[in-house]
Write a protein that binds this ligand. Structure first.
Ligand SMILES: Nc1ncnc2c1ncn2[C@@H]1O[C@H](COP(=O)(O)OP(=O)(O)OP(=O)(O)O)[C@@H](O)[C@H]1O
Length: 378
């Protein structure tokens, strides 16, 4: 008989929060199959059902866009634009700590435009308002995919708990781009490289410290979640490699690598190459994990990220599950959703049908029909 997994309060990262974050209204124009859609969401569990290809995932994508500035699906921003349309818009009314904020994100002429409470704002300001964590069929790539996936996950988490991270990252990127341009043009003068390499060295140290702090914060809730979700994997350890040799200072290392980097045509070391990985006592290599275990590990990482966010921000992110019933067995669905409800998180779930495990827990239910018409069912 398989054991029924069950969380106990001491093991779930039950971060106490005083505030809630939730989307009350979501409006989209010209996103994927939708000409226009409007949903009045509720706190608690919102389930969106509908046949395959009706547009359920696209609704989650719209919410996710407001906190990430990109989709969780491949294809780039152009794929989000409804075929034949020139612009798309997502509007949301966000409730945070009892006050209401109006968020707007539009894409026109190849650029994002962000609005917050009626003002034009930088995209980063908008993204800092809303936090969404999404578990979807591609989430296992967080474990089995390329290092960029894990770096993106880490950096989004760091940005939401330490907003100054973004400024350091931008300074770093600018210096990196300048150095790459010098490499491509075959420049050899030391004085041309030095200011950019020094700038990369300074900012890399700040990025590095913030990332290490973040992974340390992630370790505790992740351990608790994995203990409950897949105890058979044993102790978990997160390892971080910063992107250049441990015994050297980045600016000096870059100066010594100019010739080889020139042959490669790009900068081969630095914070843009930082990686983290996850290791289990009972599965020393990633290849030892089954696809189902990869999914559960990815879920644990995402929920641990949500817990770290809750600890810093005082509210849980909005948690979205795309096609929940096909991703998790019933017991896992129930226990995860129950714990999220107990934490006060707004949960958005999609499925071709309402998952059995949620039938008595659902606060509001929507149905999307082929052609993108959204109906409120309950
Ligand atoms: N840029 C676009 N313009 C118009 N239609 C699009 C665009 N991109 C995707 N679509 C269509 O939008 C529809 C919605 O896709 P979506 O993946 O959101 O549906 P879904 O309900 O989640 O499906 P499934 O249950 O199969 O996962 C699909 O029919 C797809 O072909």
């Amino acid at each position: 008989m398989p054991q029924t997994p069950a969380f106990v309060a001491t093991q779930w990262p039950a971060v106490q929060t005083t505030d809630a974050l939730w989307v009350r209204q979501l409006v989209l124009h010209h996103l994927r199959c939708f000409a226009e859609a409007r949903l009045d969401l509720a706190p608690g569990i919102n389930v969106i059902t509908g046949p395959n290809g009706a547009g359920k995932t696209s609704l989650l994508e719209a919410v996710y866009l407001l906190s990430h500035g990109h989709s969780f699906r491949a294809g780039g921003p152009q794929a989000l634009l409804r075929r034949g349309a020139e612009a798309l818009d997502v509007f949301a009314e966000l409730l945070r700590a009892g006050s209401s904020h109006r968020l707007g994100l539009g894409r026109r002429s190849g650029h994002w435009e962000a609005r917050l409470d009626g003002r034009d704002v930088a995209l980063a300001e908008l993204l800092g308002q809303c936090a969404v964590v999404c578990f979807e069929p591609g989430s296992h790539a967080l474990i089995s995919g390329p290092p960029e996936e894990r770096r993106r996950f880490m950096d989004w988490g760091v940005f939401h708990v330490e907003p100054s991270f973004l400024g350091h990252w931008r300074r770093y990127r600018r210096a990196l781009e300048q150095r790459n341009a010098l490499l491509r043009h075959g420049v050899i003068a030391d004085g041309e490289y030095r200011p950019w390499e020094e700038s990369m060295g300074e900012t890399a140290a700040l990025l590095d410290q913030a990332r290490v702090r973040y992974l340390e914060a992630l370790q505790k809730p992740l351990t608790r979640l994995l203990d409950r979700l897949i105890p058979e994997l044993g102790c978990v350890e997160l390892r971080y490699r910063r992107g250049w040799p441990a015994d050297s200072e980045l600016a000096a290392y870059l100066a010594a690598s100019r010739l080889t980097d020139q042959q490669r045509g790009h900068t081969s070391a630095g914070s843009h190459r930082a990686v983290w990985s996850i290791h289990f006592a009972a599965a020393p290599q990633r290849e030892h994990l089954s696809r189902g275990q990869e999914k559960l590990v990815a879920l644990a990482c995402l929920l641990a990220q949500a817990a770290v966010h809750a600890e810093h921000a005082g509210f849980w992110p909005i948690i979205a599950f795309d096609d929940l019933a096909s991703e998790l067995d019933r017991d896992h669905q129930r226990m995860v959703v129950d714990q999220l409800l107990a934490c006060g998180a707004q949960v958005l779930v999609t499925g071709t049908e309402i998952p059995d495990a949620l039938s008595t827990r659902t606060t509001r239910r929507f149905h999307v029909e082929q052609g993108g018409r959204v109906q409120l069912i309950q």
